[in-house]
Write a protein that binds this ligand. Sequence first.
Ligand code: GUN
Length: 294
Amino acid sequence: MTLLDGKLLSENIKSEIAAEVDLIRARGGKIPHLAAVLVGENPASEVYVSNKIKSCEQVGFKSTLIRRPADLGQEELLAIVQQLNNDPDIDGFIVQLPLPKHIEEEKITLAIDHRKDVDGFHPVNFGRMAQGMPAFLPATPFGILEILRRYNIDTAGKHCVVVGRSNIVGTPISILLSRKGYPGDCTVTLTHSRTVDLPGEVAKADIVVAAIGIPEFVKGEWIKEGAVVIDVGINRIADPSRKSGSRIVGDVDFPAAAPRCSYITPVPGGVGAMTVTALMLNTLKAAKGEIYPK
Ligand code: GUN
């Protein structure tokens, strides 16, 4: 069994990005600039956004954090989005989700200029991705593709079972892995809460992508001998043996699954570590006009 070290890959990729930023600076070019909008005080969102800003510093990007209280009105948030859409110094931006209940996330996502949508959540990017056109890919699926690519994991003709059908992970990764080319050419089964025999489906998988958001949901005995397991989950569970009283686990029962796998991502240090780095890759692509020429 080989651990898929997302943390190490992510450090390597960030060094590559930093080298590219150095070149841009040496040529007197414009430094890539990412903005993040954070509304309210969701503790998980605070951590994610602060990691995004820290990563920008690490690779040499400019970053702007726009913080607003939870009672911000929808129209006010739409005005911020318009301002970022129109600001020529901003190459890409994200509005951290979830948003407070009185704000319609769909309206906000649709208001973001797809050319600056480095989250890849806008339907234009989603549609282009589904058709194999250049697009900003959502960060977690993009991170998973990079893990498969950089570990040279064979995907052609493999049976991939995705557990979970969210708009930001399960659905896009199922499309990406079914597409022509590498990493891809998989036969994909997308499973969810209404799937009749989930253990039976997972047992057929050469590649499992677990993205259901339930701690240790995928059991070790479901995993076929030699399978590749990509665990997207980041769940905090009680652990009285720890000083903090809790620990982070994935959507896969790692101790039971790992001995059966050829490759598996640890949690933490697997997919999660790659997600922020994928956002940095998208921001660099945005700054260079790689997806949408400037
Ligand atoms: N909330 C959870 N994941 C994400 C993400 O990738 N982007 C944004 N904007 N919000 C999130």
